[in-house]
Design a protein around this ligand. Structure first.
Ligand code: MN
Length: 258
């Protein structure tokens, strides 16, 4: 059997399952809130055009509006100033091979439960590799925190001094880049920790990943349904000309353990 025939048979038999890592696009789903002096990210909005009525008797459809960075979404290199000159750095230009690849899940759920400012460090990556083997080149690395179980204000967790949510340290992102990853994803509203403005460099996931021509995913869910390694991620953003990111459906192919 060819590799793809093996895959399609495994999908048909249920030996490979499709897991949805996506939140529903909904006007109530929180978007990132920046300090008031900056432009803001729009929530999802859906306007009815017709609904089997005088505006269109046999059909129903909607017009949509949102930010490129609303809901479960993809960050392209040109999203950040460090990646502004990256070749093929917009969503329409990225090599589509980047959108399908092996995925490693680093379980930080306990740490994030104990500390809402939990930071992923190189030691956590080293411990993961000691147990599961090296992170393969081209991998997507996802930081599981179970943050996706939160709703509303608790999801952004804004306080007087800004947002409090888990994320990676600069050293952790450098360690992942040294392994040749394709991208990094989180369950929070951004790839960076809530307090990452105070890191050096500020917002290291954005600054370092995108400067290196790598990609981000955020607002992921169901990471607790993925194995630490062995799953395949599928995450093609919309092909927006000059797009800095896009809402998308993120799927994972997971082998059932017999
Ligand atoms: Mn984004």
């Amino acid at each position: 059997m060819t590799p793809l025939a093996t895959l399609t048979e495994a999908l048909a038999s249920g030996r490979v399952r499709v897991i949805d890592l996506t939140h529903t696009l909904d006007p109530d789903f929180p978007v990132i809130v920046l300090p008031a002096e900056f432009g803001q990210c729009a929530r999802f909005r859906m306007d009815e055009v017709s609904a089997y009525d005088h505006r269109g008797p046999a059909w129903k459809w909607h017009n949509l509006s949102m930010s490129e960075h609303t809901g479960t979404h993809f960050d392209a290199p040109i999203h950040w100033v460090t990646g502004r000159d990256v070749a093929k750095g917009s969503t329409d230009a990225i090599d589509p091979a980047a959108f399908v690849g092996p995925v490693c899940v680093i379980d930080c759920a306990q740490g994030a439960a104990e500390n809402e400012d939990f930071i992923l460090e190189p030691a956590h990556i080293a411990a993961w590799e000691a147990e599961h083997g090296p992170i393969p080149p081209g991998a997507w690395v996802l930081m599981r925190t179970d943050w996706s179980h939160r709703h509303g204000a608790a999801y952004l967790n804004l306080k007087d001094d800004g947002a409090h949510s888990p994320g990676p340290s600069p050293a952790a992102i450098r360690a992942l880049l040294a392994r040749g990853i394709t991208g990094f994803g989180t369950e929070c509203v951004g790839t960076d920790a809530g307090q990452a403005a105070h890191f050096d460099p500020p917002y290291p996931a954005h600054a370092l990943l995108h400067g290196a021509g790598k990609y981000g995913l955020q607002c992921l869910r169901n990471l607790d349904q993925l194995p630490p390694r062995g799953a395949v991620l599928i995450c093609p953003p919309l092909k927006i000309k000059g797009g800095t990111g896009s809402p998308l459906r993120v799927l994972a192919l997971v082998e059932e353990t017999p």
